[in-house]
Design a protein around this ligand. Structure first.
Ligand SMILES: Nc1ncnc2c1ncn2[C@@H]1O[C@H](COP(=O)(O)OP(=O)(O)OP(=O)(O)O)[C@@H](O)[C@H]1O
Ligand SMILES: Cc1ncsc1CCO
Ligand SMILES: [Mg+2]
Length: 263
């Protein structure tokens, strides 16, 4: 069930979201979370992993620019998150294009209980071992049914999955919701997916039902982007990115309700 009141809850609680971010989009993620009403913190140091997890309401692990040292940190952070019952969101950047990354993601998923995996079609298909032509960080091309791919991934890893794209597919392996809002401008701004994953983590910090938290997060970002795009006179990716941060801080539940397309 869609619970947009969670946006007000998030703004009231201002949860700390601990991100193992990538160095490409880290500032967009921090500013996007902050604008929305969460409290971002980034760390790359394993020595402070336990404290970071303790002070956080949720953790987002992004594989974007991984190193061996960081992979070790991801395992330590993930284990502390499980120990302290803090939800973990995994963003498996480019696992469809780079087999090494797929192995890293598989090892993390084996070792850690993850609440939600959020990736594009190429990434989620790769994790589910379904044939797909991913392209770098992008979804790429494939033939399969996106709902079935997302469900297969969720069933394999016993968690919720968000397969994002023009339509976001959200599933716990049985139940499925689809968010049809959004704008193609998201694809012209690198890091839209990274921001979504961290926003998903923020909503898991304020709602124990991760399937519900995932739906709300997808709708809030997609609808906010759609509202921003409707005010632009041409496709301007840079302006879109700046205006998106502004709108994340201004957007009201009623505005999102008015344009919601979900089933
Ligand atoms: N063509 C589109 N139309 C509407 N919304 C879109 C479109 N493409 C992506 N989105 C939205 O963009 C956001 C990011 O999803 P996407 O699948 O592009 O992530 P990603 O591939 O991981 O991106 P990145 O690698 O840049 O971080 C989601 O909120 C999704 O709904
Ligand atoms: C471009 C790029 N390369 C590694 S991570 C990243 C940002 C999108 O996740
Ligand atoms: Mg991505």
């Amino acid at each position: 069930m869609m619970k947009l009141a969670l946006l007000n809850e998030l703004r009231d609680q201002n949860p700390v979201v601990f991100n193992i971010a990538n160095f490409v989009t880290v500032q967009d993620v921090a500013n996007g979370l902050n604008a929305l009403g969460a409290s971002p913190i980034m760390s790359a140091e394993v020595q402070e992993a336990e404290t970071m997890v303790q002070i956080a309401g949720a953790v987002c692990i992004n594989l974007g620019t991984l190193t061996e040292q960081q992979i070790h940190q991801m395992h330590v952070v993930g284990q502390f998150a499980n120990q302290y019952h803090k939800p973990v969101v995994l963003d498996p950047v480019a696992v469809g294009a780079v087999p090494y990354r797929k192995a890293v993601a598989a090892a993390l998923l084996e070792a850690i209980d993850v609440a939600i995996i959020r990736g594009n079609a190429g990434e989620i298909a790769a994790l589910a071992d379904i044939d797909w032509q991913a392209k770098g960080i992008d979804a790429g091309k494939g033939q399969g049914d996106l709902v079935e791919i997302a469900k297969a991934c969720a069933q394999k890893y016993h968690c919720c999955v968000i397969l994002s794209g023009p339509t976001d597919v959200i599933t716990d392996g049985t139940r499925v919701a689809q968010v049809h809002n959004g704008t193609p401008l998201f694809q012209l701004h690198v890091g839209s997916g990274d921001l979504l994953s961290s926003i998903v983590a923020a909503f898991t910090a304020v709602n124990d039902d991760y399937f519900e938290a995932a739906q709300t997060a997808c709708l809030v970002l997609a609808a906010t982007g759609e509202l921003v795009a409707s005010q632009l006179t041409a496709d301007r990716p840079a302006t879109f990115a700046v205006d998106l941060i502004d709108k994340l801080s201004l957007v009201k539940v009623s505005e999102i309700t008015d344009i919601t397309v979900i089933n």
